[in-house]
Design a protein around this ligand. Structure first.
Ligand code: IPM
Ligand code: MG
Length: 360
């Protein structure tokens, strides 16, 4: 039976970069004889425009019934005046929550060809290969109560709740330990246990879980120090595991070390290995529709999808190699451009990857 991908391009540059990823998927189907069907849905602002909500029941049902989801990006100034509960980002958060996609894997790998594009000195980032494992369905993003209330004196007060249950920490710690075991054997858990009880419990549970992983070296770091270490000496890290909000922040930071956030894919998995795959970057409304966006993070997200959800490691490797080859040829979108490079548009970059994939 053919495998089903639900494709949710979203807003801003989402549709443009998705079109390139789908071209690459077609090429991969051709080369590797993959039996994959693609369906399409609206999410985020695009869904608000058509259905008044950022994720319709129909799209959610399609998502539940698909084997994997390829997601673009959501949000933009057009929907900035939507109430918090109906913002484009809610569509993404709802998908994560409804499908229980608790394990967010965000690799930050430096393609050697891009060492010059990093904001750090090339020697600090050469060979960089970090995996950030971010808890994605709990923490302060989803904690209740939340809201804005008016106090007796008439002043308004905003509040959110930072909560983690032991079971939530345990399952994400397990994913991180397993990943570390398959990679460099080192795991750094990031918390703020000197101030926040919730992350004190986080640390306790991670330590308890480490008993089953004697082959993994566990360390702990406060989040402020982790942010500093990421820009001071990022190669000290192998796998990092952290909660939802710290992971959001640290993964943008790690992404930039690789030259451009436009290069980084991510996977969000549930216990059944059903997954949603999306670039780490956002919808970049400032360049939307201009054929300028870098489609490589979306294309690399497709590679992750094939590897993690469909077990098609060979096709995934080939797509990643095609991306590397294209960079080797000097092709660059504006975000990763450097002197002497061949500046290309979104569509040309996609074409170049397809060409490398088919003519390897
Ligand atoms: C991300 C994004 C999202 C998040 C937004 C768009 C809701 O920043 O995936 O990192 O905060 O998780
Ligand atoms: Mg983010």
């Amino acid at each position: 039976m053919s495998k089903q991908i639900l494709c949710l391009p979203g807003d801003g540059i989402g549709p443009e970069i998705m079109a390139e990823a789908l071209k690459v998927l077609d090429a991969a189907k051709l080369r590797f004889g993959l039996d994959i069907e693609v369906s399409h849905g609206l999410v985020g602002g695009a869904a608000i425009d058509h259905h008044s909500v950022p994720l319709s029941d129909e799209t959610l049902a399609l998502a539940r019934n698909s084997d994997a989801i390829l997601f673009g990006a959501v949000g933009g100034p057009k929907w900035d005046d939507q109430p918090m509960a109906n913002r484009p980002e809610k569509g993404l958060l709802q998908l994560r929550s409804e499908l229980d996609l608790f394990a967010n894997l965000r690799p930050a790998i430096l393609f050697p060809q891009l060492a010059e594009a990093s904001s750090l000195k090339p020697e600090l980032v050469a060979g960089l290969d970090i995996l950030i494992v971010r808890e994605l369905t709990g923490g302060i993003y989803f904690g209740e109560p939340r809201g804005i209330r008016t106090l007796e004196n008439g002043e308004r007060e905003g509040y959110n709740t930072y909560v983690y249950r032991e079971s939530e920490v345990r399952r994400i710690a397990k994913v991180a330990f397993e990943a570390a075991r398959k990679r460099g054997g080192r795991l750094c858990s990031v918390d703020k246990s000197n101030v926040l009880e919730v992350t004190g419990l986080w640390r306790e549970v991670v330590i308890a879980e480490s008993a089953g992983y004697n082959d993994v070296e566990l360390s702990h770091m406060y989040v402020d120090n982790a942010a500093m270490q990421l820009v001071r000496a990022p190669k000290q890290f192998d796998v990092m595991v952290t909660g939802n909000m710290f992971g959001d922040i640290l993964s943008d930071c790690a992404a930039m070390l690789t030259g451009s956030i436009g290069m980084l894919p991510s996977a969000s998995l549930n216990e059944k290995n059903q997954g949603m795959y999306e670039p780490v970057h956002g919808s970049a409304p400032d360049i939307a529709g201009e054929n300028k966006a870098n489609p490589l993070a979306q294309i690399l997200s497709l590679a992750m999808l094939l590897r993690y959800s469909f077990g098609e490691g060979i096709a995934a490797d080939a797509i990643e190699k095609a991306v590397s080859d294209v960079l080797g040829k000097g092709y660059r979108t504006g975000d990763i451009a450097s002197e002497g490079c061949q500046l290309v548009a979104t569509v040309e970059m996609g074409d170049a990857v397809v060409d490398c994939l088919l003519n390897a």
